[in-house]
Design a binder for this molecule. Structure first.
Ligand code: IMP
Ligand code: MG
Length: 175
């Protein structure tokens, strides 16, 4: 396995998630939300975030992919499984691991707008790689602004590995 240089330790990630949850609790009050986890990357972030939410929450999981297996995006978003309940009139919170080019976020927001008239649609991401953005999109909420490095851990993978790490880092000397 490669050596991982830690950028965001476990405690800092959890602190930021609690801060974000407080903002969401304030914004939604007691209104029910649909928390939509974008698999696979956002799985850790989603399960930790929803534990701190106080309103009624329904969890949904969709699966998209845009990666070729390594560290490069194909530039095309592939909807592996995007089956969702009727979201008309609902508060929808999309939960992503990282916004990079923004193509995935744009695809999802366009998909929701085309198929539903939601009450609100908000997009939150654990990480925001602003410098890599090509699509005209910004997350409504994010925990960390990240450099344009390929990150792994806490849901983020390299070729399927490292999702189980408690921290987020980058591969120092890739093999
Ligand atoms: P985007 O469509 O380019 O914004 O990228 C979206 C998806 O690519 C994210 O949801 C991640 O799953 C994946 N991704 C982007 N950057 C990284 C990274 O640094 N490490 C691991 N996965 C990444
Ligand atoms: Mg993702």
């Amino acid at each position: 396995m490669n050596e991982i240089k830690i950028l965001y330790p476990q405690e800092i990630i959890q602190e930021k998630i609690e801060e974000l949850a407080q903002k969401l609790n304030k914004f939604y009050g007691n209104e029910e939300i649909y928390a939509i986890c974008v698999l696979k990357g956002a799985v850790m972030f989603t399960v930790d975030l929803v534990k701190h939410l106080n309103m009624p929450v329904k969890m949904e999981f969709i699966r998209l992919s845009s990666y070729n297996g390594g560290t490069t995006t194909s530039g095309k978003v592939n909807a592996v499984d995007i089956s969702l309940p009727d979201l008309n009139g609902k508060n929808v919170l999309i939960i992503e691991d990282i916004v990079d080019t923004g193509l995935t976020a744009k695809f999802l927001i366009d998909f929701l707008n085309c198929n539903f008239h939601t009450k609100t649609t908000k997009f939150c991401s654990l990480l925001d790689k602003k410098s890599a953005r090509t699509a005209d999109i910004e997350p409504d909420y994010y925990c960390f602004e990240a450099d344009d490095k390929f990150l792994v851990g806490y849901g983020l993978d390299y070729d399927g590995y490292y999702r189980n790490l408690k921290c987020i880092g980058y591969i120092e000397n890739p093999e």
